[in-house]
Design a protein around this ligand. Structure first.
Ligand SMILES: Nc1ncnc2c1ncn2[C@@H]1O[C@H](COP(=O)(O)OP(=O)(O)OP(=O)(O)O)[C@@H](O)[C@H]1O
Length: 262
């Protein structure tokens, strides 16, 4: 369990980015949403110790982030950054994924096992010898997830994992996230894409001006006046409501509900 208790983050002694946030994350998919500058990245960087609390506490599976290094915490909380190509530096996909486990000082056998597993998990088997830079946007995103997965973290933070991807690639990322959840991982999904929230999240946390405005189920979240927070309501929900069907999570459920009616 990740526990955030009354967390405050103030940059340079004056810019208050996170204001008294409480939050827990277990084996679930939590969407972290809010307009630009609302504090999402700042909050997420606390979960693996990249930032330390100005006030309050973050406890990751019993470890106080102030008392543990980022390297230590990264074994438990993996962070897949936005624009993953900035993080690649090896000449092949295989070396890129093996880098993390190597750094942990694992045996060659264990490194190979983890690398293979991570590449399989993101469906990049057969790409081992390719250059990370020569991959498509969707493949780069999957490679970035594999690199973090190879560290076997229990929790994953994914920052805008589907932004800029076409539908096919976005689908594949969604499948990976669902798999990770069913394998017992906790996932924190930072996103501006409300369709993704609707389809995937168990819970939604809304930040606004650094404060937690909402923390609850997806249905409750979409009952909020989202325009007030610069967020869009998914079109599917409007269409479904107009059709008299009400709350659905994806197009398949909408079509099923339509068919049942006829
Ligand atoms: N290193 C920094 N130094 C000073 N202020 C910062 C720093 N990083 C972020 N901020 C400020 O803290 C506030 C929260 O920023 P943060 O990046 O956490 O928001 P966000 O919700 O992730 O935004 P976005 O959706 O645009 O990525 C913003 O006002 C931002 O300008």
């Amino acid at each position: 369990m990740i526990e955030v208790r009354n967390l405050w983050h103030i940059y340079n002694g004056k810019r208050v980015a996170v204001k008294g946030v409480d939050l827990t994350i277990g084996n679930e998919i939590v969407a972290l949403v809010g307009p630009n500058g609302s504090g999402k990245t700042t909050l997420a960087k606390h979960l693996n110790g990249l930032l330390k609390p100005t006030r309050g506490k973050v406890i990751v599976d019993g470890m106080d982030t102030r008392k543990h290094s980022v390297a230590e915490l990264a074994k438990t909380v993996g962070y897949v950054f936005q624009n993953p190509e900035h993080m690649f530096f090896e000449e092949s996909v295989l070396k890129e994924v093996a880098f993390g486990p190597k750094n942990l000082g694992l045996s060659d056998e264990e490194i190979e096992k983890r690398t293979k597993w991570a590449l399989k998990e993101v469906n990049l088997e057969g790409y081992e010898d390719r250059s990370p830079y020569a991959l498509s946007g969707g493949e780069k995103q999957r490679l970035a997830i594999a690199c973090v997965l190879a560290m076997r973290p229990k929790y994953l933070i994914l920052d805008e994992p589907t932004t800029g991807l076409d539908e096919e690639n976005a689908k594949s990322i969604k499948r990976i996230i669902r798999n990770l959840y069913s394998e017992g991982h906790g996932v924190l999904l930072i996103t501006h894409e409300m369709e993704l929230v609707l389809e995937l999240a168990d819970r939604v946390v809304l930040l606004y001006n650094g404060e937690k405005i909402f923390d609850g189920d997806v249905r409750g979240f979409f009952e909020l006046e989202l325009r007030k927070y610069d967020l869009d309501r998914p079109r599917l929900l409007d269409i479904s409501q107009r059709a008299g069907i009400g709350f659905v999570r994806n197009i398949e459920d909408f079509v099923k509900a339509l068919e049942m009616r006829t």
